[in-house]
Each structure stands twice: as C-alpha cells, then as structure tokens.
Design a protein around this ligand. Sequence first.
Ligand SMILES: Nc1ncnc2c1ncn2[C@@H]1O[C@H](COP(=O)(O)OP(=O)(O)OP(=O)(O)O)[C@@H](O)[C@H]1O
Ligand SMILES: O=C(O)c1ccc[n+]([C@@H]2O[C@H](COP(=O)([O-])O)[C@@H](O)[C@H]2O)c1
Length: 192
Amino acid sequence: MRIGLFGGSFNPIHDGHRLVVEETLRRLELDALWVLVTPGNPLKSHKELAPLADRVIAARHLLDDPRVKVTGFEAAHGFTYSWQTVRFLTQAMPDRRFVWIMGADNLVDFQRWERWRDIAAMVPMAVYVRPGSSRRAPVSMAASYLARWRVDEDDAPRLASLRAPAWVYLHGRQSTLSSSAIRAGRQQVKPK
Ligand SMILES: Nc1ncnc2c1ncn2[C@@H]1O[C@H](COP(=O)(O)OP(=O)(O)OP(=O)(O)O)[C@@H](O)[C@H]1O
Ligand SMILES: O=C(O)c1ccc[n+]([C@@H]2O[C@H](COP(=O)([O-])O)[C@@H](O)[C@H]2O)c1
C-alpha cells in the first residue's frame, strides 16, 4: 500500500492543493493520500489561522475522492513538527510505503524545519512545482544536500518503494493560487 502524506495549513484549502493531490496520486501511483491538516505550521504566525475543525471540513469538501483521507490527527497526538508525524506513522505502520508530499516553496524553506535531515532519512519525498519557487527549489540548501538521492521524474512510480533518502521533483500543471492571497481577498478558492 503506497500512501502519500500531504501536510498543510490549508487556511483555506484551494484548487492549487487539489491539483497537487490529483497529480501526485497519478504520478506516484499512490493507493491513498492522507491530507494532514496541521494544528499550526511552527514557522508561521497562527494569528489568522482558522480553527482546525473548520479547515478539516473544508478540505473534505473540496477533496472529494475516495482515495483521499483528511485528518487533523497531529493535534490529538500533540505533534508540532513533521518529524514527529513521520516517525510515528513509519513506526506504527511499517508495512505501508509512505511518501511525504510538499510544494516547491517548502523545499526552499526545508532547511529551517526541525530535524529536516531526519525526515528525509525516514521517508521518500515528492516535491511538486509551484509558481514563484520552481527555479529556487532545485538550488536550495536542502536540495543541494539531498542532490545525490534525487530520482528522475520518470521513476516517480517507483518512489514509494525506494528506501529513504529518495526524492523527486515533479513538474506538471501549475496553479498560482495561495491561501494568503485568498485570505487577502486577491484570489478565490476556485479560479473563475
Ligand atoms: N499553488 C500551489 N502549487 C503547488 N503547491 C502548493 C500550492 N499551494 C500550496 N501548495 C503546497 O501545499 C501544501 C500546503 O500549503 P498551504 O496550506 O500552506 O497553502 P499556501 O497556499 O502555501 O498558504 P500560504 O499562502 O498561507 O502560505 C504546501 O506543501 C504547499 O507548498
Ligand atoms: O516540522 C517543521 O519544522 C515544519 C516546518 C514548517 C512546516 N511544516 C509542515 O509542513 C506542512 C506544510 O505547511 P504549510 O503551512 O506550508 O501548509 C505542514 O504539515 C506543516 O506542519 C513543518
């Protein structure tokens, strides 16, 4: 069983997230994708953060696919950092093949994440291209550190079965949507 783990603030969820979900399910040949709605990104202000339950409900509504499961379980476990989530899931379910999924902007910042090298060593990762970060991501500090474990895009279907570290940078359909622009009233959850 190959399962994508797509963590996010989803404040609010938008069509850019749906695009990443659809593309990674297809390109990584995943059986399931778990959307992990975070109690709060440790690197972001939580001042404008909507309640977890509201973000979970909205994500379930927009991502209406039987393969997609939306959960806020990190809050119930008291997890703040993604390494805690990844360690917990890989230890609790050693027979599942997990892949951590994130947009290219998060690879640019990845070296600021708590124990980011440990995350990369625990789980294969798929980075999805995003406007504004597509060129910076592959030359970021984390990408340079992880360069020798980068897998060709054509091998994306194999990623889940590879031993970590292993990662792929996926190019494809792109969305300019962002939650912050939606909160500021400059964009809509779904483009017109
Ligand atoms: N348009 C997009 N294209 C590709 N990846 C995206 C896009 N929007 C968000 N993501 C990715 O989805 C995950 C969750 O993102 P998040 O909930 O922070 O949304 P966001 O639009 O980046 O929010 P904000 O604008 O508040 O930073 C992250 O890994 C992020 O990189
Ligand atoms: O563990 C960390 O240090 C860490 C730092 C930044 C972001 N994250 C996680 O990355 C995911 C994407 O966050 P965001 O806000 O960009 O949607 C979400 O699951 C966050 O909890 C995790």
